[in-house]
Design a protein around this ligand. Structure first.
Ligand code: PAF
Length: 268
C-alpha cells in the first residue's frame, strides 16, 4: 500500500455496504489522494456465534459498490491473514470499552480495537473514517490510536438515515417486515429527548424517562439500555448543566426480536 499517492484515507468495513458506507468513501475521496477500504467480518468482535453466523455477507455485491464509488484499493483478507495461527495479542482500551455497548457485549470493543489497530498498521493510512452511529466505537478507536501513538487520524462522520429516521446499518437487512416498520421508534425516542433538552430540560433522568416512554409506545421494541452520558468519557450523567457538560450523548440499544439496533444523538 506504500505505492498509493498520499494522503491515504481508510474506510474500514465489515461489508454489506449501504449508503452510510458510500458517504464515508465519498468523504475520504474528497479529502485524500487515495482511498483504501477494508472488507473483513471480524470474528473477534462478535460475542455470540449466532450473531457472527447471521451477519449478512455478499462480497461480490460489496466489491461492485466499492468499484462504483471509485475506491482505489480494497483489502479483503481471510481470517488467517489477520489472525495467523498463534496470534495471541488483544488490544484492550480500559473503562471506556466496558460501559454501555461494552457492558452489553463483553469483549466486543477488544475485538474492534484489536482489528482496527492491525488495519491501521497494515494500511498505514493518514486518516480513517467511521460512522457516528457507532459513537462509542469511535471513542474507543480514537483513544486506542492516541494511547498507542498510531499516526492515523480518526474522523467521525454523520449518521446516514432512512427517510423515516432509521439509522442505516447492515443489521437492518435482518429485520422482519414488522420489526422494520417498528424500528423508527428508536430515532423518535432520541429526537423526543433532544426536543426536551432544547426546551430547557437539564435532568438526565428526565431525558432517559422521555426516551423510555417513547420506546414503550412500540410493543416490538425491547430496550436494553437508554443512556445520557458525557461525550468526554462516556460516564452516565445526572445533570446536563454546569462547567463539565455538555457535550453529551443520548444513546440506546433496542432489540426487535433477535436483532439489536443502536443509535444516538449528540447534545450541545
Ligand atoms: O463498524 C464496523 O463495521 C466494524 O466495527 C469495524 C470498524 C470495520 C471493525 O471491524
Amino acid at each position: 500500500m506504500a505505492a498509493l499517492p498520499r494522503p491515504v484515507g481508510l474506510v474500514p468495513t465489515m461489508g454489506w455496504l449501504h449508503a452510510g458506507h458510500r458517504s464515508l468513501i465519498a468523504r475520504s475521496e474528497a479529502e485524500n489522494a487515495s482511498t483504501v477500504a477494508s472488507l473483513f467480518v471480524n470474528p473477534k468482535q462478535f460475542n455470540s456465534v449466532g450473531d457472527l453466523a447471521r451477519y449478512p455477507r455478499d462480497e461480490a455485491r460489496d466489491l461492485r459498490i466499492f468499484a462504483e464509488e471509485g475506491t482505489d484499493l480494497v483489502f479483503a483478507p481471510d481470517v488467517d491473514e489477520v489472525y495467523p495461527p498463534g496470534f495471541e495479542t488483544t488490544v484492550s482500551v480500559g473503562r471506556l470499552a466496558t460501559v454501555l455497548e461494552g457492558a452489553a457485549r463483553p469483549g466486543h470493543f477488544d475485538g474492534v480495537a484489536t482489528v482496527v489497530s492491525i488495519l491501521f498498521n497494515l494500511v498505514g493510512a493518514d486518516v480513517a473514517y467511521f460512522g457516528q452511529k457507532d459513537a462509542q466505537q469511535v471513542m474507543v478507536i480514537s483513544r486506542m490510536a492516541r494511547d498507542l501513538g498510531i499516526a492515523t487520524r480518526v474522523i467521525p462522520c454523520p449518521t446516514v438515515r432512512e427517510q423515516d429516521g432509521l439509522a442505516l446499518s447492515s443489521r437492518n437487512a435482518l429485520l422482519s417486515p414488522e420489526a422494520r416498520a417498528a424500528a423508527p421508534v428508536v430515532h423518535r425516542a432520541l429526537r423526543a429527548a433532544v426536543g426536551r433538552y432544547a426546551a430547557g430540560e437539564r435532568s438526565a433522568d428526565a431525558l432517559r424517562d422521555t426516551m423510555r416512554r417513547v420506546l414503550a409506545t412500540e410493543p416490538l421494541a425491547d430496550p436494553e439500555y437508554v443512556s445520557v452520558a458525557s461525550l468526554a468519557d462516556d460516564r452516565e450523567l445526572t445533570e446536563l448543566a454546569g462547567d463539565v457538560v455538555p457535550p453529551a450523548l443520548l444513546s440506546m440499544a433496542v432489540r426487535f426480536g433477535e436483532i439489536r439496533l443502536i443509535d444516538n444523538e449528540r447534545l450541545g
